[in-house]
Design a protein around this ligand. Structure first.
Ligand code: PGA
Length: 251
């Protein structure tokens, strides 16, 4: 059975000191967790120290990276730098990177390949905007983002996917379990066409978009949902802990 994942994407919140205190509080409350894999994804400056103080059963992820090994790319961070910090996961293609910073599928694909090459685990995010959903384009968008994002990826092992409908991110509007199941089925079915069945079944597909304590249990019990990528609710001790405990209990 797949171990459910609960990943907290802090975005541009919390200084390294705040992050340290926050993680210590969470760890004290969820140290007995066994069936759930918790990943903290703080901003870059917190990564190194956070890994140092993280128990081995928990993981640390970055929110972005550049695909080149090194070079004159002011403001960018390479996978080797992340790896050297002890980071295990890298979020790639988050909707804020796609829509706020204009990252095209091609860059996202290069990042996925670079992260895999560095033996880190990409968490590749895909998802449609409200307009695309209303125009009936959800499946087309997911297939396009998967096809382009996974170009040249010959195995799904060492990769995590996240379905994050853009209209649900940070808006308080969560996908209904039916909408989540439907989108997760589209993703899984398409992966089955591209990769051996066993691999497509084994890959974890997370749901993200306004996950909170009030909807976590229902969503984690939705078919095909293998965990969560959480923004807002991952910034608060009570809500993040509650979600982790609910996932643990339901698994
Ligand atoms: P949210 O963000 O939980 O605040 O909607 C999810 C995400 O951005 O990954």
């Amino acid at each position: 059975m797949k171990k459910p994942i609960v990943a907290g994407n802090w975005k541009m919140y919390k200084t390294p000191s705040e992050g340290h205190d926050f993680v210590q509080k969470i760890l004290n409350l969820v140290l007995e967790i066994e069936k759930t894999h918790v990943i903290f994804c703080p901003p870059f400056p917190a990564l190194f120290n956070m890994v140092e103080s993280m128990p081995s059963s928990f993981s640390v992820g970055a929110q972005n990276c550049h695909w080149e090994k090194e070079g004159a790319y002011t403001g960018e961070v390479s996978t080797a730098m992340l790896s050297d910090c002890g980071v295990e996961y890298v979020i790639v293609g988050h909707s804020e990177r796609r829509h706020v910073f204009g990252e095209p599928d091609e860059w996202i694909n290069r990042k996925v390949l670079a992260v895999k090459e560095a033996r880190l685990i990409p968490i590749l995010c895909v998802g449609e905007t409200l307009e695309e959903r209303e125009d009936g384009l959800t499946k087309d968008v997911l297939i396009r983002q998967l096809t382009n994002g996974l170009k040249g990826v010959d195995s799904l092992s060492g990769l995590v996917l996240a379905y994050e409908p853009v209209w649900a991110i940070g808006t308080g509007k969560t996908a209904t379990p039916e909408q989540a199941v439907e989108a997760h089925q589209m993703v899984r079915k398409y992966l089955m066409e591209l990769y051996p069945h066993q691999e497509a079944e084994a890959v974890s597909v997370l749901y993200g978009g306004s996950v909170k304590p009030a909807n976590a249990a229902e969503l984690i019990n939705s078919e095909g949902v293998d965990g969560f990528l959480i923004g807002g609710a991952s910034l608060n001790v009570e809500s993040f802990t509650s979600i982790i405990k609910q996932v643990e209990q339901e698994s």
